[in-house]
Write a new protein. Structure first.
Length: 266
């Protein structure tokens, strides 16, 4: 069973441990948060967006991740299942104490976390103690060969243009990150292009129409935060022959050059 936590700047310690709830009559009860439920029931905990959390929130999970221990607001104490078994054996003469205060963490409890690297994306870098508790795996973008295979059902010319456009935008994004360390382009998802919507739109839609579905700046020329990247990307795509159905002529004075199927800014 999967337990999911969407991390944001508003996530608090209570979202990761327990929430206090008022009952009719003035009584108080505690409801377990997803991390506690996953730990007790042996589920998979998915933490989505680690880079968005405030710095004092995620350390709440450090001890649970490393030692399988966590003190809860209702008086229970989560403990590693092997230690729980040992304590239960040694305290067999008073089982009620053990059962009421200690809660074993299930041996199948696992944690999967998703995060965007910061920089170049907005957010906070993970603190070293928390980062050391995970094995990192960088998910690379879809490469040209894989992209071409995914788009194999499309007309060959349309597929070729989409692959070239995808590589061009990705290269502009990589160069932007290398130049200023923060990235001046809206992140382009080649995975979204390969997996979402292309088959439904083609062959009636052109490559530019399809790209607009997965790359919002092409629809946001009036937005100051994305105007620069939208203009540069649109000019690069025009050099590849990828233009909207009713294209308005744009100025070609933006410095840059076309190298193979890529547009390089200078």
């Amino acid at each position: 069973e999967m337990e999911y936590v969407a991390i944001s700047a508003d996530t608090t310690e209570a979202d990761l441990k327990q929430r206090r709830e008022l009952l009719p009559g003035g009584n108080v009860s505690f409801s377990d948060a997803p991390p506690v439920r996953a730990a007790v029931q042996g589920g998979m905990l998915l933490l989505d967006g680690l880079e968005r959390a405030e710095r004092n929130v995620l350390p709440t999970l450090n001890n649970l991740l490393e030692n399988r221990e966590m003190a809860l607001e209702d008086g229970r104490f989560l403990i590693d299942d092997r230690r729980y078994a040992a304590l239960t054996s040694s305290l067999s003469s008073s089982p009620d104490v053990t059962a009421s205060t200690l809660q074993p963490v299930h041996e199948h409890f696992r944690v999967l976390a998703l995060a965007s690297p910061s920089p170049p994306f907005a957010g906070r870098a993970l603190d070293p103690p928390l980062r050391s508790r995970f094995q990192a795996l960088l998910v690379p973008p879809v490469g040209p060969a894989e992209m071409a295979a995914e788009l194999d059902a499309l007309p060959s010319e349309l597929a070729r243009q989409l692959v070239a456009a995808s590589e061009t935008i990705a290269e502009m994004e990589r160069q932007s990150i290398r130049h200023d360390g923060s990235g001046g382009f809206f992140s382009f998802s080649s995975t979204a292009l390969a997996k979402r919507g292309c088959m439904k739109l083609a062959p009636t839609a052109g490559p530019h129409d399809i790209l607009q579905r997965v790359y919002p700046p092409l629809n946001m020329h009036g937005n100051p935060s994305s105007a620069t990247s939208a203009t540069q990307v649109s000019q690069a795509l025009r050099k590849l022959g990828v233009t909207p159905a009713s294209s308005v002529h744009m100025d070609d004075d933006q410095p840059g050059e076309l190298v193979g199927n890529h547009y390089r800014t200078v």
